[in-house]
Design a protein around this ligand. Structure first.
Ligand SMILES: Cc1ncc(COP(=O)(O)O)c(C=O)c1O
Length: 401
């Protein structure tokens, strides 16, 4: 990690987001005229639904362009409360909702709200790149629970309990998971909730941003268990379900105290998020799930496509992810091999760079998600791009000796 002496330790100790870095490298190569296929971004390749865009246009025409209340407009918070009730069976009051500039800000807010220097945060690996770095910013300590492909990248209650110490303050995870696509079932969540029942000082940060991209069943939230609900902070947002990544709209649902603390933090940092995006969010939640269904069907088809193509590549091992739009195949069989210039592939970051330079496909090394034996592929791309990307990947990997 490069450091600059006059910058704060906080920033010098922070890693650059690997997904954004690979996306940047891919764009740089593309700018030189190379046909790069990007499988590195966590972004639906669909457009924001028309009803949502129309609501934003109307908001502009209505001059709905002033500072917004820090935790979000009451109508949006009510729409979120209704959504949580109708879709997830969860009861919240609008005062328990804080709207933000995306799930990313909400996650960061919650960590800054709860973590004192030295507090431990349990994170199952592989995890979304920013989790551990947000803990670094709060001067907390990440405690990782390792999982692998053979357990579908899910932790057991015994693993959770073994990771708990008197310093544990928070457990954070995503289901459906980025980067693995794994989805915890209700029974699995209940078993984890039973462990948390024994430790009343631990909070649970449940990142549910991929809830609608779930191929096995309806979405299950760990907030559904009354014995721990007060300690669960649900994080969600509009980016993935409604193809609204650029609008920057997310939220938490939490106890009144935690919501008030997040409101206070936001009041001193970003203030309320974009007024126009909030009106768009109200339309998204009030107008139903039709566009979400269309997107999910496309992802399901692509999942089958990529699964079959990955299985045809010698040396690559994959499971069948149950949600989100990622594969996290094991690629460690290529470690120690050399490319045509004699460079040795030492880990997943080298392999991702090799695939970019040789195969012109952008992926992300598993090391930045906490497990070096894998790479992450996003299948939020057209069927043709996916077929071509997997062809290139197979060809490039076959050249390693
Ligand atoms: C697991 C996970 N959580 C949160 C986010 C951030 O979402 P948002 O765009 O709402 O900030 C992402 C985006 O990639 C994600 O993958």
């Amino acid at each position: 990690m490069s450091t600059t002496p006059y910058l704060s330790d906080r920033i010098n100790n922070l890693s650059e987001s690997a997904t954004l870095k690979m996306t940047k490298l891919g764009r740089e190569l593309a700018a030189k005229g190379v046909n790069v296929i990007s499988l590195s971004v966590g972004e639906p390749d669909f457009n924001t639904p028309d009803n949502v865009k129309n609501a934003a246009k109307q908001a502009l025409d209505d001059n709905f362009t002033r500072y917004s209340p820090v935790p979000g407009y009451p109508e949006l918070r009510q729409a979120i409360v209704n959504k949580l009730k109708n879709e997830n069976g969860l009861d919240y009051d609008p005062s328990q909702i804080v709207v933000s500039t995306g799930a990313k800000q909400s996650l960061s807010n919650v960590i800054l709200t709860l973590i004192n220097p030295g507090d431990e945060v349990i994170i199952p690996t592989p995890y979304w790149v920013s989790y551990s770095e947000m803990v670094v910013l709060a001067e907390g300590k990440s405690v990782f629970i390792n999982t692998d492909i053979d357990s579908d990248f899910k932790i057991t209650p015994a693993q959770l309990e073994a990771a708990i110490t008197p310093k544990t303050k928070l457990f954070m995870f995503s289901s459906p998971c980025n980067p693995t696509g794994s989805v915890y079932s209700k029974a699995e969540l209940e078993a984890l909730a039973k462990v948390f029942e024994k430790y009343p000082n631990i909070f649970i940060l449940s990142d549910e941003i991929y809830e609608h991209i779930n191929f096995i069943d309806k979405h299950e939230s760990i907030a559904q268990f009354p014995s721990i609900k007060d300690r669960v902070i649900v994080v969600n947002g509009f980016s993935k379900a409604y193809a609204m990544t650029g609008w920057r709209l997310g939220y938490i649902a939490a106890s009144k105290e935690i919501a008030a603390a997040n409101d206070k933090l936001q009041g001193q940092t970003t203030s309320g998020t974009c007024s126009i995006a909030q009106r768009a969010g109200i339309a998204a939640y009030n107008d139903g799930l039709e566009s979400v269904k269309v997107m999910k069907e496309a992802f399901l088809r692509r999942r089958e496509l990529v699964y079959n193509l990955l299985n045809e590549i010698p040396g690559v091992k994959t499971n069948l992810p149950e949600g989100a739009f990622y594969f996290f195949p094991q690629i460690s069989s290529f470690f120690g091999k050399k490319d045509l210039n004699g460079n040795v592939i030492k880990g997943s970051a080298d392999l991702a760079l090799y695939l970019l330079n040789e195969g012109h496909i952008a992926t992300v090394g598993g090391d930045s998600f906490g497990n070096d034996n894998y790479i992450r592929l996003s299948y939020a791309a057209s069927d043709e791009s996916l077929i071509e990307a997997l062809r290139r990947m197979k060809e490039a990997l076959a050249k390693l000796v």
